[in-house]
Design a protein around this ligand. Structure first.
Ligand SMILES: [Zn+2]
Length: 379
């Protein structure tokens, strides 16, 4: 059995890209226009990678059982960008059932290997299309998400391959991409007549027109003044108070400009251990934001939809109170027990698939993909 600590270490490594450059002055872009009043101050909490049992028990139940916006009376909702490996789809079904957004993060995430980052950089258009489609298929088959869902997407490691990967997203009817990062703070924007994306921080950037929206990651700044696109890649000092203050300083920069703040991280960053002060500060931070009258947590999909049809704070609040419903899948999950078991490629260790499907797949798709071998990147 693969050790859980190893899995956490792998998950923590995914997508953590610290952009080791000094912060530059920024001005907000792409602000929606409204006739009167003020735009709400939005915050978007997102988690990347697998939703596994350990994260479920150690973090997600803790955060989401407990935290509510006292002004809209909505429970805290997040967006989960999910990759397949180690994901427990019965838990994904539960998250969806509870009103969280389920989004895509590729099927293989480059595979279980040391050089998965460099493999993702070599994906061609056909491979991207396959990753997107298998990611969608798995969520529909194993988590019973509705077939007609239009998903959002975030690339593994925030690596796109520019126009090749965006062409695949466009052809797959993806609603929005959330992989591009920028120094300046930004609202979501359409990728048509788009002059902004060519200055994205992680190259290559897309340069052509696409039908989907971009919901970008505006960078955070750590205690050492270095910036990061995933907030858990920044440094927060060694105490709860220090970490909390760094988080609040970041929030104030978004609040001053009234631009949505992404809080994008990996659940593994919140698992207690040496990093316990980060988790405590993080929960304090969420509580503080929830206690602010003009601050509202939305999912990435809600933010994208809002930016197409903006409202002032008063209108938003009135509708948000009414819209605090949970979404229910057509068919509730009866987790298959025991979980489906597959021999790993070494033939010795087993891996498990927790699914709501009535039958186990005949084999693990990633083995059929052969992503452990060289054919992975030539599709
Ligand atoms: Zn990832």
């Amino acid at each position: 059995m693969i050790s859980t600590m190893f899995l956490v270490a792998v998950l923590l490594a995914f997508g953590q890209i610290s952009l080791a450059v000094d912060t530059e002055p920024s001005c907000p872009t792409n602000s929606p226009t409204i006739r009167s009043g003020k735009l709400p101050q939005f915050v978007v909490l997102t988690f990347d990678d697998a939703v596994n049992n350990e994260l479920w028990e150690a973090i997600y139940t803790d955060i989401f059982d407990d935290l509510t916006d006292p002004f809209t009376r909505c429970d805290l909702k997040a967006t989960f960008f999910i990759s397949h490996n180690n994901t427990n789809y019965a838990k994904v079904n539960q998250l969806f059932h509870d009103g969280h957004e389920i989004a895509l993060h590729s099927y293989s995430h480059g595979g279980d290997r040391q050089d998965s980052e460099s493999l993702v950089r070599k994906f061609r258009m056909g491979r991207w299309a396959l990753e997107i489609q298998q990611n969608i298929n798995a969520l529909i088959e194993h988590a019973l998400l509705p077939k007609e869902t239009y998903f959002g997407w975030r690339s593994p490691f925030l690596f796109t391959t520019g126009d090749e990967s965006f062409t695949a997203l466009n052809a797959s009817n993806i609603l929005y991409d959330s992989s591009l990062s920028f120094y300046e703070k930004s609202w979501p924007y359409p990728l048509i007549n788009d002059k902004k994306s060519s200055s994205c921080l992680i190259k290559p950037c897309p340069s052509q027109d696409y039908l989907l929206m971009e919901a970008p990651l505006s960078v955070w700044t750590g205690i050492d003044n270095e910036v990061c696109a995933m907030m858990d890649a920044c440094k927060y000092g060694s105490t709860r108070e220090e970490a909390y203050e760094v988080m609040m300083a970041n929030f104030r920069r978004f609040h001053e400009e009234n631009v949505p703040m992404p809080i994008s991280l990996h659940g593994g960053a919140l698992i207690n251990g040496n990093n316990g002060h980060f988790r405590e500060a993080f929960i304090d931070f969420l509580r503080t934001l929830l206690g602010m009258r003009d601050v509202h947590f939305v999912t990435m999909r809600q933010l994208v939809e809002f930016s197409r049809n903006p409202k002032n704070t008063f209108q938003f609040m009135r509708e948000a109170r009414r819209a605090c419903v949970t979404f229910r899948p057509k068919e509730s999950c009866q987790p298959k027990r025991p979980a489906c078991e597959f021999k790993n490629t070494d033939g010795e260790n087993s891996v498990y698939l927790h699914t709501c499907a009535k039958r186990c797949p005949s084999q693990r798709l990633e083995i059929a993909f052969d992503y452990f071998g060289k054919s992975c990147c030539e599709a």
